[in-house]
Write a protein that binds this ligand. Structure first.
Ligand code: ATP
Length: 368
């Protein structure tokens, strides 16, 4: 369902009809990807879906079998990596342990023929950007993981790249530090006006750092949209499942009314405003925080415009800021409801009614 944007403004980086196979196994075929100048876009998807391959093709570290890469107004398809003015930050930092912080940051400038004196100002600015200016003369060896990753980012930015590529840059850091780095990265890229692509398999990381996210599956982009659109309006069941949690049921479209379709599921009828063919197998879903829960003994009178299913509580998870209710289900159904705060009135084995608006119901036919 992914449709490319075609406006001129959207074409700062263009990947056009790229094909790549490794030893006869096709990893991507007809990949198209476009982004704007100054954007921070994440490539999000499960292991093996081709995120790193796409990044490496853009960087010039992997050669595509077919297709083009255009950056700014240059077709860089046949340029070697070091002539693309594209910087890459890797997960393992790849710093030089025998050089100081400043020497590491200056490395790219030296490689481009700048003298030590010419490099001094830009190195200081880059270190300031990552808030490490007081570490200039320190050895790399004594730095923490988070500090080393900041130096790797400074080294990538000092050459003023046309494009910055980050390949799971924070996955070696602990959760707290990773969250701090995400916030810092976002603001320093905005401050420096850098266009960047961020590879991650962590959906929360993608949602928190990105202007837009390309959700990838098996070498294809399933949806390319802002975090809020991806979450509220996932276009495929894969995107619904990969980005955020959802209550999910399988069924069959039964009757199509004027403004909604009834889907018959093992837990009863679920109505949706989505378009489905009569008799078509379908998946319906809803985000768990849009679901209300009632004990089966005190359900209010049924309001119109809402779906209701009755389930047995399998598990109650009190997480402090929220409480997750999990219903008992068969097969691949997921019956989950998220309530704000601590809700200790629910217990395992209870019968409860889950209730949500028809308009919040996501639905996908067999073709999606
Ligand atoms: P991960 O999150 O695990 O890094 P990914 O989405 O980045 O995954 P890629 O690393 O791009 O995925 O790999 C996509 C597919 O291409 C995988 O099936 C992988 O095994 C294969 N692949 C990637 N690089 C090579 C290579 N150099 N030789 C052979 N196969 C490769």
């Amino acid at each position: 369902p992914y449709r490319e944007e075609t406006s001129k403004d959207a074409r700062y980086l263009e990947v056009v009809a790229v094909r790549k196979s490794f030893r006869g196994a096709t990893v991507m075929d007809g990949m198209n990807f476009r982004m704007r100048k100054g954007e921070l876009v994440s490539l999000l998807g499960p292991s093996g879906c081709g995120k790193t391959t796409l990044l490496r093709i853009i960087a010039g570290l992997v050669v595509a079998d077919e297709g083009d890469v255009v950056l700014g107004s240059r077709n860089i398809t046949d340029l070697p990596a070091h002539k693309r003015n594209v910087s890459v930050v890797f997960q393992n930092y790849a710093l030089f342990p025998h050089l100081s912080v400043a020497e590491n940051v200056a490395f790219g400038l030296k490689a481009r023929g700048r003298t030590r004196a010419e490099a001094e100002g830009p190195v200081r600015d880059a270190l300031k950007l990552v808030r490490m200016e007081t570490y200039a003369d320190k050895p790399i060896a004594g730095l923490s993981g988070g500090q080393q990753q900041r130096i790797a980012v400074a080294r990538a930015l000092v050459v003023k790249p046309d494009l910055l590529l980050l390949d799971e840059p924070f996955s070696a850091l602990d959760r707290k530090l990773r969250e701090t780095m995400q916030v810092e990265l976002k603001s320093l890229l905005r401050d420096s006006g850098t266009t960047a692509i961020f590879v991650t398999h962590d959906q929360e990381e993608a949602l928190s750092v990105s202007d837009r996210i390309a959700v990838m599956n098996a070498g294809r982009i399933e949806q390319f949209a802002s975090p809020s659109t991806l979450y509220a309006r996932p276009e495929t069941p894969f995107v619904m499942d990969f980005v955020g949690l959802s209550l999910r049921l399988h069924g069959r479209a039964a009757r199509t009314g004027d403004d909604h379709v009834a889907v018959e599921t093992a837990h009863g009828i679920v109505r949706t405003a989505a378009r489905l063919e009569d008799g078509e197998p379908a998946i319906v879903g809803v985000r768990p925080e849009l679901v209300r829960a009632y004990r089966a003994s005190d359900v209010p009178r049924e309001p119109s415009g809402r779906n209701r299913i009755e389930v047995t509580l399998e598990d109650v998870m009190i997480l402090g800021s929220k409480t997750m209710l999990h219903g008992r289900s068969e097969g691949s159904e997921r019956l989950v409801c998220e309530l704000a705060g601590i809700q200790s009135q629910y217990v395992r084995g209870q019968r409860i009614v889950l209730d949500w608006a028809i308009e919040d119901t996501l639905a996908y036919g067999a073709a999606a």
